[in-house]
Design a protein around this ligand. Structure first.
Ligand code: NAP
Ligand code: GDD
Length: 353
């Protein structure tokens, strides 16, 4: 009986996007905090649950099929779960893909948010809501660095524009209906669980495959794009901390350190004892092994975007002050974590670091 009472007292968290990088780490984190975790999973012809299989197998989380584009589904889920906290991490999250799927990106990343907020307003107005907002809102002009909560927005893709709508509608519902709703403006964060088509994972996987003699070289886009890359496992704690505030707030989460794609490549090769020498310019630029002169990196315009976000680097001083969040993993350590993982495993699945 005591056990039952304890169970009933657990807080309930509902995560959309639980099968993604952040959703899976957040589920791990909240379970450690003794939450009951509920997740929404999209139906697909093959299982998409690799990142959370360890939780499903041990029956630690409950998941329901659903989609952010379906109002009935959202309403039913909130009615049944009655969550204390809602983390909206679901999105068409790939910037380049958003140029190819602009309508769908808006459908999910903008309208999906209004569906959720309306459902909260009607069904569970006391639930706390976290919105996965993004540094892409800032547009990445070098003159705006470091970007903070006060930097003006300048979205440069259908993804960023859709996320900007989401940002404002969260603020709007917070003011109009007194919902506890926060925007976490997160800068890029990576991990062994990062999707294979994002640049960091593409690089660490590619370099590992070169080391395993499964791949000859990596083909990449803009080498001079700069990002503020942190470790996803730490960033999900920032999300949770935001929802523990007394008053809702929008906060930037970042490391404050900038690294180029070029440097990330060099660090990844350094991990396997290889130094890269660059020759040529623009799409003709190539990276060679200093010792053997073998070509390891090639540039292709296939991976350039119609509009580029060149330089993102955040200032998360307000997050430190308000929620006591600071980054712990620097870029070299992040590369080490991702490289060690990719050298050991061919894909994520076994050891979900
Ligand atoms: P991710 O790995 O791409 O995961 C996205 C999740 O959304 C997946 O679970 C995906 O399901 C789900 N999803 C996509 N469309 C959906 C739909 N129509 N209905 C329901 N679920 C849907 O992304 P992430 O890196 O974990 O990022 C999490 C969130 O933070 C996203 O909103 C992203 O835009 C935002 N964000 C990310 C970063 C970053 O650097 N990672 C930075 C700032 C903001 P499937 O598994 O079925 O595809
Ligand atoms: N994906 C990819 N593939 N990017 C490349 C490549 C390549 O082959 N070559 C160069 N890049 C450059 C991109 O042009 C971009 O400037 C940078 O590397 C990072 O690209 P991504 O890793 O795809 O991430 P992103 O910054 O566009 O978007 C991610 O971070 C945002 C936060 O700033 C995503 O996680 C978004 O969902 C998130 O909002």
């Amino acid at each position: 009986n005591l056990k039952k009472i304890k169970f009933m007292k657990k807080k309930r968290a509902f995560i959309t996007g639980i099968t993604g990088q952040d959703g899976s780490y957040l589920a791990d984190f909240l379970l450690k905090k003794n939450y009951e975790v509920f997740g929404m999973v999209r139906r697909s012809s093959t299982f998409s649950t690799k990142r959370i299989d360890h939780l499903i197998e041990s029956k630690k989380i409950r998941f329901d099929y659903g989609d952010l584009t379906d109002t009935s589904c959202i309403n039913n889920l909130l009615r049944n779960i009655k969550p204390n906290e809602i983390y909206n991490l679901a999105a068409q999250s790939h910037v380049k893909v958003s140029f190819e799927l602009p309508d769908y990106t808006a459908e999910v990343d903008s309208l999906g948010v209004i569906k959720l907020l309306n459902a909260i307003k009607e069904i569970c107005p006391n639930s706390k809501y976290y919105q996965a907002s993004t540094s892409e809102l800032f547009g990445g002009e070098k003159k705006t660095v470091p970007q903070s909560e006060k930097t003006s927005f300048n979205p440069k893709s259908p993804y960023a524009t859709a996320k900007l709508y989401a940002y404002w509608i969260v603020k709007n519902y917070r003011d109009a209906y007194k919902l506890f709703a926060c925007n976490g403006i997160l800068f890029n964060h990576e991990s062994p669980r990062r999707g294979n088509t994002f640049v960091t994972k593409k690089i660490t996987r590619g370099v590992s495959n070169i080391e395993k003699k499964k791949q000859e070289f990596i083909t990449i886009g803009n080498l001079d794009a700069v990002r503020d890359w942190g470790y996803a496992k730490e960033y999900v704690e920032g999300m949770w901390r935001m929802l523990q505030l007394k008053k809702p707030l929008d906060l930037v989460i970042s490391t404050g350190k900038a690294t180029s794609v070029r440097k990330f490549i060099e660090l990844s090769f350094q991990h396997i004892g290889k130094k890269i020498i660059w020759k040529g310019h623009g799409v003709n630029e190539k990276g060679y092994c200093k010792k053997t002169n073998k070509m390891f990196v090639k540039v292709s315009d296939k991976y350039f975007r119609p509009n580029e976000v060149q330089y993102l680097c955040g200032n998360s001083k307000l997050a430190k002050k308000k929620i006591g969040w600071t980054p712990k993993t620097n870029i070299k350590e992040l590369v080490r974590i991702m490289m060690d993982y990719d050298l050991k495993y061919d894909d994520y699945g076994e050891d979900l670091t």
